[in-house]
Design a protein around this ligand. Structure first.
Ligand code: FEO
Ligand code: CA
Ligand code: CA
Ligand code: CA
Length: 579
């Protein structure tokens, strides 16, 4: 029996076809059910979901557009799920589509953002949300947080409301996540720039532009009703966003901490691993065309369990950025981690970096000075559970080969890359603290039906039955299956013909096989994944079904407006997901 188990293929489920249906499809023998959706009650006093719920109601309900999430066991049948609420779609948040914004409407939008912490109970073998859970909590765009680490208290972080530069209000555009072995949750601030704007003429320098800050916001209108978001009045407020925030989910009264040692950029996720020497290593993507991949290595070692010594471990250490050097004519090569340390390699006062705080606050600019490789939008990073391998999705990049700072190279080999790829590296000596690594491309997404040859057809492991575009969320299970989620073009036309709606696939890192596991409803993105400790329940996020007015009524059906939701996926025979 042991021999049979050892030779059983890693992927044990039947592939599902591409789909354009407004529903979830999973393999035969599997079930996908809604665990919790935007607007569901998180507290006994929360009203039932209704589109006209106000800010107060929203602050007591599950937030919108769920993204990365982590499962925290509290006992055999009790757990806590921490879920990011990245942003909100005004077309569904408000009955008028957000046409007549008001202070109350902006307050509701702010309450729809952040993080939702919800207790789960297992009843009749199934995990369910518990709206009476003592640890349930909403963290929103206005929740007080501590700025900690090397940039805390920096002159660049000070504002009128916070002359100490140590207390920021809220977190928003929380994309993906991470989880520490000491039981805390890491939530990553991504496109924070889109919430700032001004009716006036803000003074925006090159540094602000590098982070996409502009007088015109992304359409949220917060600056019109909440002065904090007006760039002309509070030009330093955006410096307090773009961080990784650490949350203690076991203490609903705790103050989240923004860990400035991990750098300021458009954080995607925080892939945590303990190195063989005991130090914490966190791999980080910066999702923007032509931005970079980073690594943080802690100064001190991780103490076992929930030791108070770990509490501020992420405040001290070194942040690095990656350079990928391709072997001539190949899609593989070697690489280096370049340290973002003040005083080294030109990160000096003469070059605009007064101290380590300034290096971290303008990490992108520091990375450019070190010669970091510009990548095709680094999204999630995942560390293999048993092998010294790290995977990162490079989702797509229309600027590749077009912008001068984004030439074709072995790691980013396709002009105007519409499909994306997954890069993989192996640290030298199996040491995640080593400054050198070897890398290759695990896969190139592509369309072999449309492109009969060349790199746009995708790598050899992509075929008409498993093709997809724009890999984004990734994560491993304990057996080493690599789960891949997509946030791509769902037109199902032209160069995306045959790919259907956004989806989730599963890959065998050893053989390279990729198999489609799930397809999502109309105009959604599939993002966020975590497992119960027995690997028999998988939680998967469906974000923004029906965006931009696309015809979705997921998950409620009928004529209901669409809602983002977390799915609970189980096997009818109670088996391990994917096996
Ligand atoms: Fe929020 Fe880069 O995805
Ligand atoms: Ca993403
Ligand atoms: Ca994406
Ligand atoms: Ca998203």
């Amino acid at each position: 029996r042991a021999v049979a188990a050892a030779t059983r293929p890693l992927l044990g489920f039947q592939a599902v076809p591409a789909s354009v249906a407004d529903t979830i499809v999973v393999p035969p023998g599997y079930q996908a059910e809604v665990l919790i959706a935007w607007g569901d009650a998180l507290f006994p006093d929360a009203p039932a979901f209704a589109q006209n719920n106000d800010a107060r109601a929203q602050a007591r309900q599950f937030g919108d557009n769920n993204d990365g999430m982590s499962f925290f066991p509290l006992g055999p049948d009790r757990a806590l799920l921490a879920v990011n609420n990245e942003y909100t779609n005004y077309e569904y948040l408000f009955a008028d589509g957000g046409k007549a914004l008001s202070a109350g409407a902006v307050a509701k939008a702010q309450a729809a953002h952040g993080v939702s912490l919800v207790e789960l109970v297992r009843k009749d073998g199934k995990w369910q949300a518990n709206p009476k859970g003592a640890l349930n909590r909403r963290i929103t765009a206005t929740t007080p947080m501590t700025l900690s680490g090397p940039a805390a208290g920096h002159a660049l972080l000070k504002t009128q409301a916070d002359p100490e530069g140590r207390t920021a209000l809220g977190t928003f555009n929380n994309c993906a996540n991470g989880q520490t072995p000491w039981g805390t949750y890491l939530t990553c601030e991504e496109n924070f720039n889109g919430y700032f704007g001004s009716e006036g003429k803000p003074a925006l320098d090159k540094r602000a532009a590098r982070y996409g800050l502009a007088a015109e916001d992304a359409g949220f209108g917060w600056h019109k009703f909440d002065e904090r978001f007006d760039l002309a009045k509070h030009p330093q407020e955006p410096h307090r966003f773009g961080w990784v925030v650490e949350i203690d989910p076991q203490d609903p009264a705790s103050t989240p901490k923004k860990r400035t040692a991990l750098g300021r950029f458009k954080h995607e996720n925080a892939a945590f691993t303990v190195n063989k020497d005991g130090r914490a290593v966190v791999y980080l993507g910066d999702d923007e065309r032509g931005e970079h991949i980073y690594r943080f290595v802690s100064k001190n070692k991780v103490a076992p369990g929930n030791d108070p010594a770990n509490r501020d471990l992420l405040d001290e250490g070194t942040l690095y950025v990656a350079r990928f050097d391709a072997r001539e004519g190949e899609l593989k090569g070697t690489g280096q981690w370049l340290p973002l340390v003040h005083g080294q390699h030109g990160l000096t006062r003469e070059n605009g970096f007064a101290d380590q705080g300034e290096v971290l606050i303008f990490a992108r600019e520091a990375a450019t000075r070190l010669g970091a490789t510009t990548m095709d939008r680094p999204e999630w990073v995942a560390v293999h559970p048993h092998r010294s391998e790290v995977y990162c999705t490079l989702t797509n990049n229309k600027n590749r080969g077009i912008k001068e700072n984004q030439p074709l190279d072995g790691a980013n080999p396709r002009a105007e890359n519409p499909y994306g790829q997954i890069i993989r590296w192996r640290p030298m000596g199996d040491d995640h603290g080593s400054d050198s690594f070897e890398w290759d491309l695990f896969l190139l997404a592509g369309n072999p039906s449309v492109h009969k040859e060349g790199l746009m057809a995708g790598s050899a492991n992509i075929h008409p039955d498993n093709m997809f575009n724009s890999p984004d969320g990734i994560g491993f299970d304990e057996a080493g299956r690599l789960w891949i989620q997509t946030d791509g073009d769902y037109s199902n036309e032209k160069q995306f013909a045959g790919m259907g709606n956004n989806q989730m696939l599963c890959a065998d890192p050893a053989s390279g096989e990729v198999r489609r596991f799930l397809t999502g409803p109309v105009a959604c993105e599939i993002t966020g994944l975590t497992f119960s400790p027995d690997w028999r329940t998988m939680f998967v996020g469906v974000q923004h079904p029906g965006e931009e007015g696309a015809p979705s009524h997921f998950p409620d059906g009928g004529t209901a407006i669409p809602r983002s939701a977390v799915l609970r996926i189980t096997r009818n025979d109670g088996g391990i997901i994917g096996a």
